[in-house]
Ligand binder design. Structure first.
Ligand code: GLU
Length: 417
């Protein structure tokens, strides 16, 4: 099956990467058939009563791509552009991501096609609760564990946990991760994805022989991932020279704290006093040591990859690079740390949260940090060694490990009946 398509879609990208991993691992067509098919898809209509009394319908999804290595796991996205194809693609990526980090999970993703910025807090709560009710039969701590993703945060997780618990008749904190601490959330979960991105940057700099002190980094996206990555990178001694959001990018700010303060007060990083405005594409092309795409899919494409001057690209977002963009970066000798490795800090600490909820025993912030570092370092070292020994890119090496683990689990479990 070739995935040649004139329109680049995250699903086409994910399937072509899977095909390559299957070929490189010399797996069979049976493996391709098994691994290229999502196991369970639920599409729901989510009615919302707006504050003014109007009733609107939104499309919601939950895709359980795989449950072979454990319950499925993955975020819930609120974004106007999501559709089933993208949700399947992201659920597939979660599957390889969890396997690569060796977490006892399959992969899932869900979401509602809505722009959360158009919702009041009460509307957001009603939509979250109704979406949770619609997918209730297929989620649960042993089945499928949602978490935050683009457009959702710990408030949404609190409402999801409450909706599930009210229906169960008792408190079930382990049904979602990324919850507020007082409801059974984990210390360190909020910053976990960004912390993992920073660890990936640190290790990639070592490999390229670049001193982190004074090394420069540009970050596309300044949300849950980009902001916390910026904080952690600045703490490691790097200089964050540019950040951006949907309205555009800026350079020339003094510190991450300064530009974050402007964002909190004004809703955008653009327009901070003393800064210069740049476009998102200009940000991608800045002469920096490290580029971190931490926004949405398809940021680095055949048309934008050409101007990239960074030596290292660390993918904070899911699927930010198209195959065309990837090929150009590889030709240029740019070290690309792929999404399923670079942004796995989030789901790794989600796993810690789920374990803590199961045991009703909560860890210190230091324990979370140490365990995140050791799990991620193990994955980074495995990918780096695999890339060198097989002479493949880091993306290929990461996919081979993730896909290989799921294929092996399939083989060992056998096919029922
Ligand atoms: N949404 C995050 C991701 O794409 C976290 C998922 C989770 O914690 O389950 O990896």
């Amino acid at each position: 099956m070739t995935m040649a398509s004139s329109k680049e879609s995250p699903l086409a990208t994910a399937l072509s990467q899977l095909r390559r991993a299957i070929d490189q691992l010399k797996l069979s067509e049976n493996d391709w058939n098994t691994l290229s098919t999502p196991r369970r898809i639920l599409e729901v209509a989510v009615p919302l009563r707006r504050d003014d009394g109007r009733v609107e319908m939104y499309k919601g999804y939950r895709v359980q791509y795989s449950t072979t290595r454990g319950p499925s796991k993955g975020g819930v996205r609120f974004h106007q552009d999501i559709d089933l194809d993208e949700t399947v693609a992201l659920a597939m990526l979660m599957t390889w991501k969890c396997a690569l980090a060796n977490l006892p999970y399959g992969g899932a993703k869900g979401g509602v096609a809505v722009n959360p910025k158009t919702l009041s807090m009460t509307e957001n709560e009603r939509l979250t609760r109704r979406y949770t009710s619609e997918i209730l039969p297929i989620i649960g701590p042993e089945r499928d564990i949602p978490a935050p993703d683009v457009g959702t945060d710990e408030r949404n997780m609190a409402w999801m946990m409450d909706t599930y618990s009210v229906n169960a008749g008792f408190s079930v904190p382990g049904v979602v991760t990324g919850k507020p601490i007082v409801l059974g959330g984990s210390l360190g979960r909020t910053s976990a994805t960004g912390d993992g991105v920073a660890i990936s940057v640190r290790e990639a700099l070592k490999i390229k022989g670049i001193n982190p002190h004074g090394a420069t980094v540009a970050i596309q996206g300044f949300g849950k991932v980009g902001y916390w990555a910026a904080v952690a990178l600045e703490n490691m001694g790097l200089k964050v020279v540019a950040v951006s959001d949907v309205n555009g990018g800026v350079t020339g700010f003094k510190s991450v704290a300064d530009i974050h303060k402007h964002l909190l007060e004004n809703g955008t990083v653009v327009g901070a006093p003393g800064t210069e405005k740049i476009t998102n594409t200009e940000l991608l092309h800045l002469p920096v040591d490290v580029l971190v795409p931490a926004a949405l899919a398809d940021a680095i494409t055949e048309s934008t990859a050409n101007g990239i001057r960074a030596k290292i690209v660390v993918e904070g977002a899911n699927a930010p690079t198209t195959p065309g963009g990837d090929a150009i970066m590889n030709e240029e000798g740019i070290l690309v740390v792929p999404d399923i490795l670079a942004n796995s800090g989030g789901v790794i600490v989600s796993y810690f949260e789920w374990v803590q909820d199961k045991q009703n025993y909560f860890w210190s912030a230091d324990e979370v940090k140490e365990n995140l570092n050791s799990i991620l370092m193990r994955a980074i070292n495995e990918v780096s060694e695999n890339a060198s020994s097989k002479r493949v890119t880091w993306r290929e090496a990461a996919n081979m490990i993730g896909v290989g683990r799921v294929a092996e689990a399939h083989r060992l479990r056998g096919l029922y009946p």
